[in-house]
Design a protein around this ligand. Structure first.
Ligand code: ADP
Length: 425
């Protein structure tokens, strides 16, 4: 019998518990119920015990994880703040000045370098742009800033102030991040460039005189002014004259390059009958073409009277360079190459095409062709002498007379150069 029931019977009946069979049956049922409840209790207790153990363990795990997360957050925050302070130090002290402003033109940041350039020491940045405009009042900086706010990035070079040269760059980051003015002190680069150009100019001038003497002397020898020459002597003197001529061309090109980079190429801009000049170059280059066994075929209306504003000598130089290239890079193996020269008027401009069926330009090298000293790999094998300066000069001259020059080419098939020049009436 269950112990609780026994205790209750004892309390109610003392030692004399009724012994009737019905009462005893009832007691057996009650006792069974008690035992059943005890078992359930035991089960509940055990599961409670397990849950509470699990909860304690879970709690502990969570506590540990929280600690780890807190530690990581702390470390990352420290790293970020170190990183930030490193970046801040770099931004503050880099050689280029930086001014960040928002779409209302309000300055959010200016590094130490920018402040130094404009001698600005206020803690508030409110008057920074006005001071910048004032210091560089001779330059249209506000216009550049306004254009930048409209989304147009731009550069302003050759800004001179108190014997210092600056370059400005106006950059759009985004509407939210803002806009940047970069200011770079380029005084030392400019000085270096200037002295390099001066050296080049002096050296070139000095070299030109002896080469002119060699040119005169070889001409006299070839004219047989000093008596007849054997075939062998003629050949050697012709080679000398040609090498000398190449050297003179190279020096003239170097001088042109110096002038272009110093913006010192003098242009005598006059009305030029462009097609007449082109025809003149074609006529003058006939003997050159013959030595390369190349036929010059032209479709030029030299009486068209089309006039452009240009320097006649420089325009001659452009046509000469491109036609000489077309002849020079024609394939002598083919024996009878043709160079086509044409001109036509299109939309107030004159379009000149110089087309050859020569060695062409490898597709992978075409983008570098107008760079100084660049020669394509097939050209260097084909014509070892060459400076890679001619096209750069051509492009510079054409752009100075407001024209454009471009080309299409297929290696092994040929090249077409196209010059567009604006007609002024
Ligand atoms: P250079 O002819 O002295 O090398 P250029 O500046 O006139 O210098 O030309 C640069 C390079 O462009 C040449 O070396 C050659 O690779 C390429 N090039 C120019 N014109 C032609 C052409 N008509 N056909 C093939 N390649 C050309």
């Amino acid at each position: 019998m269950h112990k609780n029931l026994k205790r209750q019977l004892q309390r109610v009946y003392g030692d004399i518990v009724p012994q009737s069979p019905e009462f005893q049956k009832l007691l057996a049922v009650i006792s069974e119920t008690y035992e059943g409840r005890d078992n359930e209790y035991e089960l509940v207790e055990r599961s409670l015990e397990i849950s509470s153990k699990e909860l304690t363990e879970l709690n502990e795990t969570l506590r540990k994880e929280k600690e780890v997360v807190e530690r990581v957050v702390e470390e990352r925050t420290k790293e970020l703040s170190q990183e930030r302070s490193k970046l801040e130090t770099i931004a503050q002290n880099m050689e280029t000045g930086a001014i960040l402003f928002d779409h209302n033109g309000k300055v959010a940041f200016a590094n130490n370098t920018a402040r130094k350039f404009i001698d600005f020491h206020d803690s508030s940045l409110e008057n920074l742009l006005p001071k910048l405009y004032k210091i560089f009042a001779a330059y249209p900086i506000p216009d550049f800033v306004n254009r930048c706010l409209e989304g147009n990035e731009d550069e302003l070079k050759d800004v001179e102030m108190a014997q210092t040269s600056y370059e400005f760059k106006f950059q759009v980051l985004s509407n939210e991040t803002g806009y940047l003015i970069w200011i770079k002190d380029v005084t030392s680069e400019k000085l270096l460039e200037r002295s390099k150009n001066e050296l080049l100019a002096i050296a070139s001038h000095q070299l030109r005189s002896p080469l002119t003497v060699v040119k005169g002397n070889t001409e006299m020898l070839l004219d047989e002014s000093f008596g007849p020459l054997t075939d062998e002597q003629t050949k050697i003197i012709q080679q000398t004259a040609q090498s000398n001529e190449n050297m003179i061309t190279l020096i003239n090109q170097m001088l042109d390059i110096t002038k272009i980079s110093q913006q010192g190429m003098s242009f005598n801009m006059v009305d030029v009958p462009v097609e007449e000049v082109l025809q003149q170059v074609v006529d003058d280059l006939q003997p050159y073409a013959e030595t390369y066994k190349v036929t010059l075929s032209s479709s030029i209306n030299k009486d068209s009277g089309q006039i452009i504003q240009a320097d006649k000598t420089r325009l001659y130089q452009v046509f000469q360079n491109l036609i000489e290239n077309a002849i020079k890079y024609s394939d002598p193996e083919s024996g009878n190459d043709i160079v086509y020269i044409s001109s036509e008027v299109l939309d107030k401009k004159i379009v000149i095409k110089i087309k050859d069926v020569g060695i062409g330009i490898p597709a992978s090298e075409q983008s570098k062709l107008f760079a100084r000293f660049y020669r394509a790999s097939n050209a260097t094998k084909f014509v070892p002498d060459g400076s890679g300066l001619g096209l750069y000069i051509v492009k510079s001259i054409v752009e100075l007379i407001n024209g454009t020059v471009e080309f299409t080419s297929v290696e092994g098939e040929g090249t077409t150069f196209t010059i567009n020049l604006p007609i002024n009436r």
